[in-house]
Write a protein that binds this ligand. Structure first.
Ligand code: F0G
Length: 344
């Protein structure tokens, strides 16, 4: 059984001594070698399966720490804005801690699995007639007005928890990878990885990827109406903008955009060729490497290995999967009909 992330790394997190541990045994996710991807990229490639966390995304790493701290300081409720995964995770950890939870999501723009999770865990789910950026602005104001703990990645404990994924990567490989590829939305996760690597004395080249229709960091300006099939990263004004850009620069990496078509191609390819079903936003990390390669600054040697962070599980978004997958084969209840259906 995996050890709760806080028990594994407590001395490297900034929790208070008396804080309780609110946990679902998150973290310790698989890092697997991806031989077909390695072949395509011409470099040793690994996949970090963050969809294997208890609620199916990397958000649980930050949430265990943020909700433990919230509970430790006597909070009674938590709130977040979300494109879905933060909502699912916040709702689950709030339920675990005995806190009330409220989540504000963009109406009609979150994957159905994430909505089901938030509702089942008993959070109040508010569908906003606006986008994620509007929702984040509103929850920041609300958290200033009411005694409710904000658990978006503007909360420092979220970043603290999420940095542990970098610790795990280095521990598992026995060294730092040459590079790390990661999807970028609100830019908390890339910020957290960089902090984790730095604290572990590592400095892989960071390649961040945004969806073409939601690529403010690539354009250098906020996007008023972000659009992409990868609903998890449909964000036009990332909260951790400066820190993420500083991380790309310090790591001698960069942020680039991938089209929805490239994202969906990588999404299907990973499922069919590596046996790994991630959500569309997660596939942006692989799509980006396939589209852009791994450019390095002039005087640098090319990285010999790359870890792609697959941030969330494919089951989160069955609608996108089914709309992109081949049709099922309907069949009569009869041996020869089944035979034809299977072998033809
Ligand atoms: N991948 C997935 C599956 C996500 O859910 C998110 C963010 C990201 C990547 C990007 O991470 O924001 O730290 O740069 N989801 C947030 C949410 C915004 O509300 O669930 P980031």
């Amino acid at each position: 059984m995996p050890t709760p992330l806080i028990d594994r790394y407590r001395d490297r997190l900034s929790l208070e001594a008396g804080d309780p541990v609110v946990t679902l045994n998150e973290g310790s996710t698989p890092l697997i070698e991806a031989s077909r991807l390695s072949e395509r990229l011409g470099v040793r490639a690994y996949l970090k399966l963050e969809g294997a966390n208890p609620t199916g995304s990397f958000k649980d790493r930050g949430m265990t720490v943020a909700v433990s701290r919230a509970k430790g300081r006597g909070a009674e409720a938590v709130i977040c804005a979300s494109t879905g995964n933060t909502a699912a995770s916040a709702a689950a950890y709030a339920a675990r801690a005995g806190l009330r939870g409220a989540v504000i999501v963009p109406e009609g723009k979150i994957a159905i699995g994430k909505l089901a999770q938030a509702l089942m865990h008993g959070a109040r789910v508010v569908a906003l007639q606006g986008n994620f950026d509007d929702a984040l602005r509103i929850v920041r104001d609300l958290a200033g007005k009411h005694p409710i703990e904000l658990v978006n990645s503007v909360n420092p404990y979220r970043i603290e928890g999420q940095k542990t994924a970098a610790f795990e990567v280095v521990e598992e490989l026995g060294e730092a990878p040459g590079a790390l590829a990661i999807p970028v939305g609100n830019a908390g996760n890339v910020t957290a990885y960089w902090r984790g690597f730095q604290e572990g004395g590592a400095a892989p080249v960071l390649y961040g990827f945004q969806a073409e229709g939601a690529a403010p960091l690539v354009h250098g300006a906020p996007v008023a109406e972000p659009e992409t099939v990868a609903s998890a990263i449909r964000i036009g004004n990332p909260a951790r903008w400066e820190e993420a850009m500083a991380a790309f620069t310090a790591s001698r990496g960069r942020v680039a955009a991938v089209s929805d078509e490239q994202i969906l191609d990588a999404y299907r390819w990973l499922a069919a060729n590596e046996g790994v079903f991630c959500e569309p936003a997660s596939a942006a990390s692989v799509a980006g490497l396939l589209a852009h390669g791994m450019p390095v600054l002039e005087d640098a040697a090319p990285p010999e290995s790359v870890v792609c962070v697959l941030t969330g599980h494919g089951l989160k978004d069955p609608d996108t999967a089914l709309s992109k997958a081949p049709a099922v084969v309907n069949c009569e209840n009869d041996l020869s009909a089944v035979e034809r259906a299977v072998f033809e």
